[in-house]
Ligand binder design. Sequence first.
Ligand SMILES: *Cc1c(COP(=O)(O)O)cnc(C)c1O
Length: 472
Amino acid sequence: MNEEAIFQRLLALVEQYHAGRKQGKFLDYLDPETLAEELDLKKDADGDWQQLFQWIGKYLQHSVKTGHPGFLNRMWSGANLPSIVGEIITAVTNTSACTYEGAPVSTLMEHYMLDTMLDLAGFAEGEGQMTTGSSNGNMIAMLAARNQAIETGKEHGLFGHSPLLAFVSADAHYSLDKAANILGLGTHNLIKVPVDEHGRMQLQALERLLQQHRQNGKIPFFVCATLGTTVRGAYDSLPPLVELREKYGFWLHGDGAWGGAALLDDELRKHFLPGIEQLDSFTWDFHKMAGTNLMCNVLLFNHHRGTLRCVCSAGEHSYLFREEDKNAELDMGTASLQCGRRVDSLKWFLDWKFFGKTGLAERIRHYLALSEYAEQVVHGIPELEMTVPRESFNVCFHFRTPENLPANEFNLELRNRLFKQGISLVGIAYIEEKLTLRLLITHPDYSRADVDSFFSTLVAAGKELMHEHLQG
Ligand SMILES: *Cc1c(COP(=O)(O)O)cnc(C)c1O
């Protein structure tokens, strides 16, 4: 095949897949052994494009259709078309976004988008970068806080210092535990603060812990507010945390990976994120509710211009970054933990220009309205029950079971059955040892009718499963 024919075939496949993403089942499920056989992974292609296209066909056939209304598991679904187009261009131009020299357009687009986000968050004299995701964003924020707490930390490590302690809510994302491991704190020095009945960090408990540990000679240096917890969607309250920071002098970071999208709408921002402009740092995944292709993350620092470069750079890198070049101050690579950096800016820029803040805000309000509706629907179905009341975008519910049928096992079985039948993939999580199904709506075309049909299918499958159990 010549290149022209290859591109024609490719674009036709892409178009066909995208057009059919909402049809049929969301997954043509095969167990790993059968799928491995089907893929014939050991076969060689030896320059044969037909063979490559066979694999591509199978990839598409057996992929999870994340743009299907049945895909409700993760914190995103499908992707915005402008960003898909951006990704294709990124692939065909394939450069590394570490220097202006090698990635002029991407560098300017990234700076433009970061400045726009700094304005949106109300961060004055701030700076930012796109990272590989909020896990990484959380870690870089903790690293900056660590090096601020121990000024010689970058060069000499943590030897000879009292233990550094970081604080998060008990419902915080596991990436904070990873950061504590990577940064040399030790996971036991990430203190999990109990949550209240809304799933928010208990502030009195936090203050007691801060006092107690400080008295014991430890250094509380970092508090991470979760702005939309992964399971319940709870937002830690920022104004009292800002007050505590005055008293204890820690770095206050906001993990808005999921719930940071509320920033797009002025009303939602007031409701969910009051005080956000006072954070020291903030991370947010544009690839979650805002729908940009994976990965698309923004990490912002407030009042700390120059910190990212100071914290992240190390070692001799003059072969790549040439400080004598006046454009070098634009280089994103010197302020990053990576060397090569994937271009994530083009897709982000295109989405932003296409939908605008107004269009995206409308989308986020739509998701919130649908989750309110979903909660009402759950209340109206006798077989279902909310596991905990809804805090924001997350709807945590379960199928009720009679006493002789363990609820956790039953709900897990129900969820797995819906998955293997290719009907829907809905998330699960535990809230105080109770297994909950977690409905997350992140599909821009999702409607009330889709909510109704999701629940009616689930209830029908649940009743059938219940029948089987009670018969057997
Ligand atoms: C998804 C999520 C993360 C992790 O983000 P990645 O971009 O997948 O690394 C971190 N924190 C919260 C609250 C999340 O929901």
